[in-house]
Each structure stands twice: as structure tokens, then as C-alpha cells.
Design a protein around this ligand. Structure first.
Ligand code: NAP
Length: 253
């Protein structure tokens, strides 16, 4: 029995990277996990299989985020599957992890690029939270995956940093809104985390990113997933409205 047995969780963007590690960790703790994806159907199925292989329960749900009607598409897929598996549409844990990142000189950011950053990284999570509130019972958990780049200057990622800054506001304002229901709302900020992309295989890049952390390494996704699992647990019931630095000491200055 894990400490999330009997709970349900939705992890957006859990077909790969940090989201995958979060889904697998919550699955190991006993939660029934909705593995959300957009384009990676096979990858999402593999995550479901890996959770089931460990004795957990999971299913995949598809929705492109950052487009009109995204939250409705997501919950339109989620609710019947929850009902089918549990008899209710209760959602105990929502992890807004899906995100897009882009790099480029601030002078080169176009209105379309900027709009997409905001649409996927800030607007979609807001409306997912708004929509999820119908399903989240008292004592639920909302965890938003931000970035250390809301605290460390990186001019080539200004639009991304702005979008993540907006995302973090959800924890501040919704934690006050939902306190009476004992629903906690927090932000987790990873630093450089090996999400399996080719970037992390380039040794010079990896070395540079490693040196940003006081531990001299880039994170494995599991290091971030463990922090999320703690926030999802009963032990974290008194933490809300918080910004949790999970950057391996990148933000020490
Ligand atoms: P990743 O490996 O690039 O995976 C992104 C995930 O989000 C995928 O599952 C992808 O789904 C989904 N996704 C992306 N755009 C989407 C869209 N428009 N609609 C629906 N789903 C979408 O990401 P990651 O590096 O693990 O990052 C996860 C989170 O941590 C992000 O919010 C990121 O900003 C944050 N973060 C990452 C790092 C890092 O170093 N990795 C550092 C700080 C913060 P499909 O593949 O199925 O399309």
C-alpha cells in the first residue's frame, strides 16, 4: 500500500520527461494515474504499461493544450475514464506539468511565439485548474511545474520566464481561494533536468548546465518527481501557496 492508495491523479505532459517520472512515482504510491499526452500516443502507452508493470493503475488521455477548448477536450477524455475505473469523477491530485520551452534572442520573439508560450504554459493550466475544481474533493492537491527561470535571468528565454511567472500566480491566489476546502496549491521549480532530449547528450552543454547546480549535476526527472510526490502526500497538508525550489541549488546565487 502506497501513501496515495485510493487517490486519483492527472499529470499533464506525462508521456515523457519530468511528467513521466511524476506519473510513475504517483503510480508507485498507489494513485490511479491519468497519463496525459498530446502527440506521443505510443510513449504515453509505454508509461501506462510501466506503471502497471509495477503493480499500479493508469490510463492515457489525449488533448492538445494551448488551443481553444483544450480544457474541455482534456476533461471530456478524463471524466468517463475516471468514472469507469472508480465509479466517480473525483480527481484528488492535479499536476500541471505540460510545457513548452523556446530559446532565442529577445529581439527575435514574435507575437505568435509569445502567444504560444502563454497559451501552453499559463493559460491552459489556469483553465485546467478552473475546470478541475468541479472534480477535486476537499483535501485535494494542485501542483504546477514552474521553472528556476522565474528567479534567474536568462534573456534568451524571457517569454518562457514570463509565462512561468504567470503560472506561479495560480498557487498564490488559488491557495487562498481553496483554503477552506483544504485543497493545497503549490509551484515546483526544477532547474536543468535531463528529460531525455538530445540537448542533454551534448557533453559541453551538459557540463555547462551541470555547473548551474550546487551539486554539479543536472537533475534526473525522478528528483523532481519525489518533490511532487511529497506535496501530493498527506505529510504536505500544511504547505500551500508555496514556491518550492527543486533546482538542486541553482537558485543559491
Ligand atoms: P518535455 O520532455 O519536453 O515533455 C513535455 C511534455 O508536455 C510532453 O509529454 C508533451 O506531450 C507535453 N506537451 C508539450 N506541449 C504540449 C501541448 N501543446 N499540449 C499538450 N501537451 C504538451 O518536458 P520536460 O523537460 O520534462 O518539462 C516538464 C515541465 O518542467 C515543463 O513545464 C517545463 O517547462 C518544466 N521544466 C523543465 C526543465 C528541464 O530542464 N527539463 C527545467 C525547468 C522546468 P507530447 O510529447 O505527447 O506531445
Amino acid at each position: 500500500m502506497g501513501n496515495l492508495t485510493g487517490k486519483t491523479a492527472l499529470v499533464t505532459g506525462s508521456s515523457r520527461g519530468i511528467g513521466r517520472a511524476i506519473a510513475e512515482r504517483l503510480g508507485r504510491e498507489g494513485a490511479l494515474v491519468a497519463v496525459h499526452y498530446s502527440t506521443g500516443a505510443d510513449a504515453a502507452e509505454q508509461v501506462v504499461e510501466s506503471i502497471e508493470k509495477e503493480g499500479g493503475r493508469a490510463f492515457a488521455v489525449k488533448a492538445e493544450l494551448g488551443v481553444p477548448g483544450d480544457a474541455d477536450t482534456l476533461f471530456g477524455g478524463l471524466e468517463p475514464r475516471l468514472k469507469d475505473r472508480t465509479g466517480t469523477t473525483d480527481l484528488n491530485i492535479l499536476v500541471n506539468n505540460a510545457g513548452v520551452m523556446a530559446m532565442g534572442a529577445p529581439e527575435e520573439v514574435t507575437p505568435d511565439m509569445f502567444d504560444r508560450m502563454i497559451a501552453v504554459n499559463a493559460k491552459a493550466p489556469f483553465f485546467i485548474v478552473q475546470r478541475a475544481l468541479r472534480l477535486i474533493p476537499d483535501g485535494g492537491r494542485i501542483i504546477n511545474i514552474s521553472s528556476g527561470l522565474t528567479r534567474v535571468a536568462s534573456p534568451d528565454q524571457v517569454a518562457y520566464g514570463m509565462a512561468k511567472g504567470a503560472l506561479e500566480q495560480i498557487a498564490l491566489h488559488f491557495s487562498r481561494h481553496l483554503g477552506k476546502r483544504r485543497i493545497t496549491v503549490n509551484s515546483v521549480a526544477p532547474g536543468s533536468t535531463d528529460n531525455g532530449s538530445a540537448l542533454f547528450q551534448i557533453s559541453e552543454v551538459r557540463e555547462t548546465l551541470s555547473q548551474l547546480s550546487t551539486f554539479g549535476e543536472v537533475a534526473e526527472p525522478a528528483a523532481v518527481a519525489d518533490v511532487v510526490a511529497f506535496l501530493a502526500s498527506e505529510d504536505a497538508r500544511w504547505i500551500t501557496g508555496a514556491f518550492i525550489d527543486a533546482s538542486g541549488g541553482t537558485l543559491l546565487g
